[in-house]
Ligand binder design. Structure first.
Ligand SMILES: NC(=O)c1ccc[n+]([C@@H]2O[C@H](COP(=O)([O-])OP(=O)(O)OC[C@H]3O[C@@H](n4cnc5c(N)ncnc54)[C@H](O)[C@@H]3O)[C@@H](O)[C@H]2O)c1
Ligand SMILES: [Zn+2]
Length: 394
């Protein structure tokens, strides 16, 4: 008889193993300056003496702001030719939700990976906002069951939240993020130069995630945000850099220590304010972007936390004031839209949120600034009162 490591009970064998994931998150500036070793070093992390094949995808929004990026990348690859081989020309991709909505986008990406003979030792590199990273990340995760993938997030939101995480997805059947995988990347390079080129609206959007994660995890960061709201509203570079790093660290800490990196449970503890944010994005057909919707969702659930007796009164004013000082508008008329029975359409966001994860409804609320609490029921009357409060303060 074989000496097997299985735990065997009659004909039921229990297979069990674990896999360790490890990826560097590099903070740098001007990653494609010839002397910047960030990319060469992450490519060569396991095989320092190899020429690594790379196919690069770039967000069109980034290319419009930085038209000489392709030549910068070519020069960089030429200067590091011992370690980098660019496979094919750089591929531009429409930025924003378009690339996640287009049903032909992923097949086209897969076709390119196939044409360029990308294998499990080659690299795909995606430079762009969260949407482009999601689409390229998904194609990379399913091609050959997963090829090495490096992300260059180029928005505040992607650098401080989505880009440093382990998920990817595209939209299908009109449903957001319906198809995707959990696939930790090979590496992430957060280049602060990309942030400088962003339109103000995109710069601001990612700050809502900072307020969100500070409220549920880190009261000190919340105090810092309050103390520096004016500099942040002016997009002061050192302040924005600090916000991105601290917020990314909190998101990474949750994935590492939260006990459920691949979200198999019923809770998404970092999605404070998101049940209504996702619904508002949908109701407004993305007229309100993710960050703007999160700001409204965070204000709404903070007020709910006060009205339901979990959070000291006054803290809701504090949170709404901070968000407004950062430049967010905490109202949209779609918050008022009701179905034929007079029920706010927004409330359907609760069921959608539960459906996406499966299991029991789990919503994160606040028990203090920097302290979250999970609840499994939301009182529709209190949600409506919270909506009223937002409307009165608009
Ligand atoms: N995978 C995850 O864990 C996760 C988490 C949160 C959000 N997301 C996804 O991220 C997406 C939102 O990402 P986002 O907020 O980064 O915005 P985005 O990707 O939608 O980009 C917004 C706009 O900014 C442009 N752009 C990007 N970088 C630029 C730059 N440096 N200069 C000029 N223009 C630039 C894009 O072309 C686009 O027009 C959503 O699809 C959301 O579902 C994913
Ligand atoms: Zn978010």
């Amino acid at each position: 008889m074989l000496d097997t490591p299985f735990q065997r009970v009659e004909d039921v064998w229990l297979q069990s193993f674990s896999v360790t994931y490890e990826y560097p998150v590099v903070f740098t500036r001007d990653a494609f300056a010839l002397g910047n070793r960030s990319l060469v070093d992450v490519l060569s992390r396991r095989e320092p003496h190899k020429r690594h094949r790379c196919l690069t995808f770039v967000d069109q929004g980034v290319l419009t702001s930085l038209p000489d990026l392709p030549s910068q990348i070519e020069n960089y690859a030429a200067a590091h030719a011992g370690n980098i081989e660019l496979v094919g020309a750089l591929v531009p991709l429409a930025g924003g939700e378009v690339c996640k909505n287009d049903p032909n986008a992923v097949p086209r990406l897969l076709e390119l990976l196939s044409q360029h003979a990308i294998d499990r030792h080659s690299f795909t590199i995606a430079i762009g906002g969260g949407a482009v990273l999601d689409a390229v990340g998904y194609a990379s995760a399913i091609f050959h069951r997963g090829v090495r993938h490096i992300r260059f997030p180029t928005t505040v939101l992607a650098q401080d939240d989505s880009g440093v995480g382990v998920k990817n997805a595209v939209n299908q059947f009109g449903l957001k993020n319906l198809i995707g995988t959990f696939a930790p990347p090979w590496a992430i390079i957060n280049d602060s130069a990309f942030i400088g080129m962003l339109p103000p609206r995109e710069k601001r959007g990612g700050m809502a995630e900072a307020v969100k994660v500070a409220l549920i995890r880190d009261g000190k960061l919340f105090n810092w945000l309050e103390a520096h709201a004016d500099e942040l509203a002016r997009f002061s570079r050192p302040h924005l850099d600090y916000l991105i790093k601290e917020t990314a660290a909190l998101h990474m800490h949750q994935i590492r220590h939260g006990g459920d990196p691949f979200e198999t449970g019923s809770a998404r503890p970092l999605d404070f304010g998101h049940w209504s944010a996702h619904k508002l994005e949908q109701l407004t057909r993305n007229e309100v972007n993710h960050g703007e919707a999160v700001a409204i969702g965070v204000a709404l659930d903070t007020r709910y936390s006060v009205l339901s007796g979990r959070l000291a009164s006054g803290e809701d004013e504090r949170v709404a004031d901070l968000l407004k000082r950062l430049g967010f508008v905490l109202w949209h008329d779609k918050l008022r839209q009701c179905d034929s029975r007079g029920r706010p359409l927004l409330l359907k966001g609760l069921a959608d949120f539960q459906e996406h994860l499966g299991g029991e409804l789990t919503i994160t609320l606040l028990a203090g600034i920097g302290r979250s609490v999970e609840v499994h029921e939301m009182d529709e009357k209190i949600v409506s009162q919270s909506i009223d409060w937002l409307e009165q303060r608009k």
